[in-house]
Design a protein. Sequence first.
Length: 193
Amino acid sequence: MANELKYGDRIHLQNGYGGFRGGYLDSNSSGPGDGSKYGVSTTGTPARAAGTGTWEITSASGKGAGQPVLSGDLIHLRNLYGGDGGYLDTNNGPKTDQREAGAKLDVSTSQVKDRSEGTGRWRIFAQTSTPAAGGNVRIGDTVLLWNVFDGNGGFLETNGGSTDEGASYDVCTNAYYNRSSNVADWKIHRAQN
C-alpha cells in the first residue's frame, strides 16, 4: 500500500501532548553531551529551519531501503538538517525536574549511528494501524519509540519547556510510557522535502 512506512522514507514526528500540540521533533542548538552534535526539542512547525524537523528512517538490523517498517523493528532516525544533522541519540542524564518525573536520559543527535552501544537504536511500536494485518507501520500511525541503551533506555517523550530558539518542549526518555497526557505518542507524517 502507498501509505506503508519504508526504510529510507523521510518523516516528521508530531508529539501527542495536549491533543497533538506537543510540537514536531526537531534538532536545535549545539548538543549538550560528549559526542553529541545537536540538541533535540520540539517546535511548532515541522520545518523550523531546512531539515531540522525531517528524519530519515533506517534499519538497525540490516533491512534494506524500500523494505517495510514493521511494528517492533529496531531503527535509526537520521536528522537532515544541513544534509546530515546526526542520528537521534541518548546522551547524559536528564534535568533534575525531569528525573523526578521518571526521566532516564537526555536526547540529542550524534554524528554516528551508535555513539555507545544502543544509544542510537530505537524500537518502534505502532499503537494500531489500518489494516492491522501484517504488522506494518503506516504514515499517520501513532507510535512509541523505545531506546535500547543498556537494555532499557526508556521511551522518547516531551518533558518540560525548552530554552532552545523557537522550541516548544524539551525531549528526553522516560522509564514510563506516557507518564502524562500522551507525551510519548508520536504521529508519523510524510516529509515533503
